[in-house]
Design a protein around this ligand. Structure first.
Ligand SMILES: Nc1ncnc2c1ncn2[C@@H]1O[C@H](COP(=O)(O)OP(=O)(O)OP(=O)(O)O)[C@@H](O)[C@H]1O
Length: 260
């Protein structure tokens, strides 16, 4: 699980490692009914003297949104705005009417975040304990929490790994645990920051299938153009600005043109 000041909905894990036979997360939680509306208005941000995001205004409502662009173009910074991991220097980010600068707890209940490195999210010794951690503080009884953990383990085909040490999992399993740990809190939207970067082809395909099968809204930062090729909408970042906002085919074409 994740700790840290950034924290949000938590981690979870996946099953038999590199196995391709793990079932996709089928039954989404009843509360995870999708999209909602994330409005980014006149947002600028800088960490040092150099602006990282420059006057961005965009409204996100689609169920599958990809974010691509060159290294350092501001994609991860933008992603971290979406659930209030980062509050912009200028402008506003509003999730279903909730301002990330003021309503952080409510925003994080709605928008989960899966970090690039699952080790940043996995906190507890075993897979089941890590999943259960995400449910703390939600006002649920012990029996209800246990039932939700059981359901999430089953959803990801991880039952056999329930009592396994989370930190001994493979990279692919850890990434699945991280995703499960976020989903167990029933966010309506999940932001993924380069979810397949450290994975081999088999696990990359598995995670892509997991994301494709989600009922939750997914916003995915990636360099894997295949991953977002079937999405509803793709944003292309360049030097802190959105330079294309289009279908995957047209957005990818613009990105490739800029990369030449
Ligand atoms: N916490 C931070 N402190 C200082 N600078 C930062 C911080 N986070 C990001 N930056 C800088 O902001 C710029 C944009 O970083 P960001 O991670 O958003 O880019 P990115 O498009 O996601 O890049 P990549 O594709 O390489 O992951 C980079 O120059 C980066 O060094």
């Amino acid at each position: 699980m994740i700790h840290s000041s950034l924290q949000l909905p938590r981690p979870g894990l996946q099953s038999a490692a590199g196995s391709t036979s793990v079932p996709l997360p089928a039954a989404p939680s009843p509360q995870a009914s999708g999209a909602g509306r994330i409005e980014i208005s006149a947002v600028s941000h800088r960490f040092t003297d150099t602006p990282v995001l420059r006057d961005i205004t965009v409204t996100l409502t689609e169920r599958r949104i990809g974010i691509i662009g060159a290294n350092g173009s501001g994609k991860s910074t933008f992603a971290r705005l979406l659930n209030g991991l980062l509050v912009p220097d200028r402008g506003r980010v509003v999730v279903d009417g909730l301002d990330t600068a003021r309503d952080i707890k409510a925003v994080r209940r709605k928008v989960g975040f899966v970090f690039q490195n699952p080790d940043n999210q996995i906190v507890f010794p075993t897979v089941a304990e890590d999943l259960a951690f995400g449910l703390k503080g939600l006002g649920l009884g012990r029996a209800e929490r246990a039932e939700m953990v059981t359901q999430m383990l089953a959803r990801f085909g991880l039952e056999a790994l329930a009592d396994q040490s989370a930190h001994k999992l493979s990279g692919g399993q850890k990434q699945l645990l991280a995703i499960a740990g976020v989903l167990i809190t029933k966010p309506a939207c999940v932001v993924f920051d380069e979810p397949t970067t450290a994975l081999d082809l088999r696990n990359t395909r598995h995670i892509a299938g997991v994301i494709a099968a989600l009922s939750e809204t997914a916003i995915v930062v990636t360099h894997d153009l295949d991953l977002i090729s079937g999405f509803d909408r793709v944003l292309v970042f360049d030097a802190g600005r959105i330079v294309a906002d289009d279908t995957p085919a047209r957005a990818i074409a613009e990105y490739l043109r800029r990369m030449q």
